[in-house]
Design a protein around this ligand. Structure first.
Ligand SMILES: NC(=O)c1ccc[n+]([C@@H]2O[C@H](COP(=O)([O-])OP(=O)(O)OC[C@H]3O[C@@H](n4cnc5c(N)ncnc54)[C@H](O)[C@@H]3O)[C@@H](O)[C@H]2O)c1
Length: 886
């Protein structure tokens, strides 16, 4: 009798205590080999070998291509052994030779396919283009790395196939493995070990242990040096494995039992469906986890189907597994035979109708053997035990249904969710059902079809994870995220500022893609800009107030025949509905660019339109920060107010009725392509709005200057903005037709917008946003009122910057301390507002007296607060500021 040894660290060895066991041929019940019986000692030795091999890195450290080259040799050695493997597999497991003869080819092909995929297509390293944390600039990427030492525990139904899956996937991905075949089918895996040695797979990469499952499983699943368990077997054992693995928190993938439904619809080709149901259940004596052991038949064809299926089952030849004429061989063991026979007795007791089979059979010319007749129960209720429990033998339940919905409900009424089939002459109907069935695989007009690149695994109690394909290979890897800070300095670390009383961020990035064109008559440049942007169909976007001024006629005229239409219904502080309506208009007119003519409300709407038009869906889909990957629909902005700077900023502020507040889309790709600052467009702006929007711009400049993110580029932009706004606002209020002063204001607002794109804003903005949402007050006007209060609040954290602001505001600071200069800046803002008739108290702009608690909480939680020079965490301090401003 042949003797089979264990395979540990590249050597074939016996157990230290010399223990052995016998393997028998289930077709004759005679012993065919003795097998070394591993115990705890051998399990630990195999784990140690796998650990050493992994840690040493001469396999795990190879490139995927380096490993693939070795795997191709391994595949060739497997192919050489095909015949020996087939005969051994058949004799040991009872598989008919017609099936086992394929495993050599199949296994070597699987190794080649998956190794090739791992070497050429698997995403070992991937960039994360938008990591979703805007406060940590840098490169983020992921690496997939081998898990480490894997344990493969495999069942007796397909010993070779399962060994190829577990060994192949684990080592292709750089892991090492200890494989434990089922103790009733220990032989064929040893041939794989020989092939591995012949191919030069390094010692310890593959180890094979035969022996008692419970004893070895205990060691393998609890050992701290094991990183992953890949188990295929029954749900009951799988639960135990998961429990054992939990103590050392191992990665676990489980391929467990099934009770799959094979649904035969009334429009199915009955002969095809009968063949599918026969193959779906009786393939390999039904000892297959994904078998379609519940055949659900439409009541309309039930009689014909049952009759034909019973006749076909009776025509199957059950015989010795090496007889090439046998369709079915023996069951694997006496124990399995007893289980199957026991379930047949249960089925009879439960009242199911035995159509055929239901008994052990003898094969002519052979003594012994665990042969069982293909068995069909009809009239089965899905609640019966034979319909709910996995039998793992040639026993099928026929159940009836009246409608497609009922069939799906029955199919899903199971603790399992492994596979299933639908037979129908309508692919559409079958596919609709396939989507409803809660299982890992559904075959349409087919059954038991696998592919190296098609994932396999279960829903519900049929398992965890997938085998095969890219998703299967991924299960044999860990994901590592690597973040490389773009600014490796303490001062640039935004998050670490949580521990700082005086946060400053000393780095920055400035991206200025807008072509800014300014001056009287600069509108004329728009015609060339449309062409430069590669467009010919401009949609003009505006609001009713601007439309009434007649400015749109000027724009239309300048665009000549590039204007395809106008949408003039943008509301103040526009919301998602307005964006979606404008997008619909743009789509209807086939617009290829947007020309926005208006204040912040219109320009922000246009930004959101540009993003939605480019990416589809609705505006609400695009609320995100730095997620865009490429330029958006071209956008030319013509600001008509004096303040938001939106024509050059990277943010669109849109009101979300659902969120009950304004939300932001922030992205450098959203900055308008062109800003045209033609002073004629602000001449019609009423004085109150002129002052209010100018204060918005001034707040942008001062808050950017004092922000924790401020740096010299933004400082330069902000200081010039402050100068221009201070010098020209009073002139414009005195003479609204002073074009030069209007132009300077517009340029000041643009510079302030650029400054704020670099360094963000602060608490004054958060307070103004809150007032806007709660009391519908104009954003810029509220900004102006709270700005001096916030400057004083920040005085000890931004003294130097505020002193620079004072100078830019025209205050003589030579004789002042830095702190006094900073305070003088706040006072100067107040006198400027008084001089131009801008309100200085919240009560003057319709804010009701009362409790500012809620407003303060909202302000503390609003994003700009994050960048305020002085940390803002105490809502009480903000309440005090609101009260002061009231
Ligand atoms: N994206 C950004 O960078 C940014 C920055 C600050 C503010 N905002 C947002 O901008 C919005 C406020 O923008 P806004 O202050 O420009 O106000 P706005 O766009 O709402 O316009 C206010 C009113 O002024 C009218 N108007 C505009 N120009 C006119 C003109 N030339 N003649 C006569 N009437 C005119 C409009 O019809 C409107 O009724 C707010 O929603 C705010 O959140 C965005």
């Amino acid at each position: 009798m042949d003797h089979y040894q264990l395979f540990i660290d590249g050597n074939f060895v016996d157990a230290e205590d010399g223990a052995t066991f016998e393997s028998i041929d289930p077709g004759t019940e005679t012993p065919i080999a003795t097998v070394a019986r591993a115990g705890k000692h051998e399990a630990e030795a195999a784990i140690a070998a796998a650990r050493r091999a992994f840690d040493q890195g001469d396999w795990s450290g190879l490139t995927p291509t380096g490993r693939a080259t070795k795997i191709y040799d391994f595949a060739d050695m497997i192919a050489q052994q095909s015949v020996r493997m087939a005969i051994t597999e058949s004799m040991d497991s009872g598989q008919v030779i017609g099936l086992s003869k394929f495993w050599g080819l199949n296994g070597s092909q699987l190794l080649r396919n998956l190794a090739y995929h791992a070497a050429t297509a698997f995403p070992w390293e991937e960039e994360i283009p938008y990591p979703g944390n805007v406060f940590a600039p840098g490169r983020d990427f992921i690496r997939r790395e081998p898990v480490g030492v894997c344990v493969g525990i495999i069942p007796w139904n397909f010993p070779l196939s399962m060994a190829f899956w577990k060994i192949g996937q684990s080592i292709i991905m750089g892991n090492t493995i200890v494989l434990k075949p089922a103790s009733v089918t220990p032989l064929s895996a040893t041939i794989i070990a020989e092939a591995a040695n012949a191919a030069g797979i390094p010692p310890g990469v593959i180890n094979i242990l035969n022996g008692p499952g419970a004893e070895l499983g205990q060691v393998l699943c609890t050992h701290p040096d094991v990183d992953k368990i890949a188990f295929t077997g029954s749900t009951a054992v799988g639960r135990g494995i998961m429990r054992m693995a939990s103590d050392t928190v191992k990665k676990v993938t489980l391929e467990l039992g099934g009770k799959s439904a094979n649904i035969i619809l009334d429009d199915a080709d009955v002969d095809l469906a009968v063949e599918g149901a026969i193959f779906g259940t009786f393939f390999h004596q039904g000892q297959v986890c994904e078998s379609g052991t519940r055949v659900l038949v439409s009541s309309k064809i039930r009689d014909e189907f049952a009759e034909k299926m019973a006749r076909r089952a009776e025509s199957l030849r059950v015989g010795y597994q090496l007889d090439p004429h046998s369709h079915l061989g023996p069951l694997v063991s006496a124990g399995q035979l007893e289980t199957v026979d026991g379930y047949v007795a249960v089925g009879k007791q439960e009242g199911a109708e035995l159509l055929t089979g239901g008994e052990r059979i003898e094969v002519e010319g052979i003594e012994g053997g665990f042969y069982y007749a293909p068995t069909i129960f009809a009239g089965v209720d899905n609640k019966m035990r034979i319909a709910q429990e996995e039998i793992f033998g040639p026993v099928v339940c026929l159940e009836e249904f009246e409608s497609d919905e009922e069939a799906v409900a029955i199919a899903n009424d199971s603790m399992y969710g492994l596979a299933g089939g639908v037979f129908s002459s309508s692919t559409a109907r079958a596919e609709r059902m396939a989507r409803e069935i809660r299982t890992g695989t559904v075959w349409i007009n087919n059954f038991h079809i696998f592919g190296d690149f098609a994932p396999f695994g279960g829903y519900k109690q049929s398992g965890v994870g997938r085998e095969l394909g890219a998703s299967g290979l991924a299960e044999y890897t860990q994901i590592k995220r690597i973040h490389v800070n773009s600014f490796a300095s303490r001062e640039s670390n935004f998050t670490w500022n949580l521990f700082s009383e005086d946060p400053k961020v000393a780095s920055g990035q400035y991206f200025a893609p807008t072509n800014v064109i300014s001056g009287h008559g600069s509108l004329a440049a728009i015609y060339k800009e449309v062409v430069r942007l590669g467009c010919r169909r401009a949609l003009i976007l505006t609001d009713p107030g601007v439309a009434r001024t007649g400015l749109i006629d000027l724009v239309q005229d300048a665009l000549v025949d590039f204007a395809v239409g106008a949408y003039d219904e943008v509301p103040p502080d526009s919301d998602f509905a307005a964006v979606d309506a404008a997008v619909a208009k743009a789509q209807e007119l086939k617009a290829d660019c947007i020309v926005s003519v208006g204040g912040g409300s219109v320009i922000d709407t246009a930004k959101a339109v540009a993003v939605t038009l480019k990416n589809g869906g609705t505006a609400n889909d695009h609320v995100a920060i730095n997620r865009l990957m490429e330029p958006q629909t071209p956008h030319i902005a013509l600001p008509t107010t004096a303040g938001t700077g939106s024509e050059v900023t990277n943010v669109a502020v849109i009101t979300s009725p659902k969120a009950g507040r304004k939300v932001y889309i922030v992205d450098p790709y959203m900055i308008p392509n062109t800003a045209i600052l033609d002073p004629r467009f602000t001449l019609t702006l009423p004085p109150a709005l002129t002052a209010g929007t100018a204060m918005d711009a001034l707040t942008h400049a001062i808050e950017a200057l004092t922000s924790t993110l401020a740096q010299p580029i933004c400082d330069g932009l902000a200081l010039q903005a402050i100068r221009l706004l201070r010098q020209n606002l009073a002139l414009v209020i005195a003479d609204p037709n002073n074009e030069q002063a209007r132009l300077n204001m517009a340029i000041g607002a643009t510079l302030a917008g650029q400054a704020f794109t670099v360094a963000q804003v602060g608490l004054a903005h958060s307070m103004s946003h809150t007032m806007g949402v709660l009391n519908h007050v104009h954003h810029g006007t509220a900004c102006g009122i709270v700005l001096p209060k916030v400057m004083r609040f920040n005085v000890d954290h931004a003294g130097a910057k505020l002193a620079m602001a004072a100078e830019a505001l025209g205050v003589t600071i030579a004789d002042l301390s830095e702190r006094d200069a900073a305070l003088a800046a706040a006072a100067e803002i107040e006198s400027l507002m008084q001089a131009v008739g801008h309100p200085t108290r919240l009560r003057d702009i319709g804010v009701p007296d009362g409790d500012f608690q809620m407003a303060a909480f909202h302000a503390v939680a609003d994003t700009p607060t994050l960048f305020n020079a002085r940390p803002v965490t105490d809502p009480g301090e903000v309440v005090a500021l609101f009260e002061e401003a009231y």
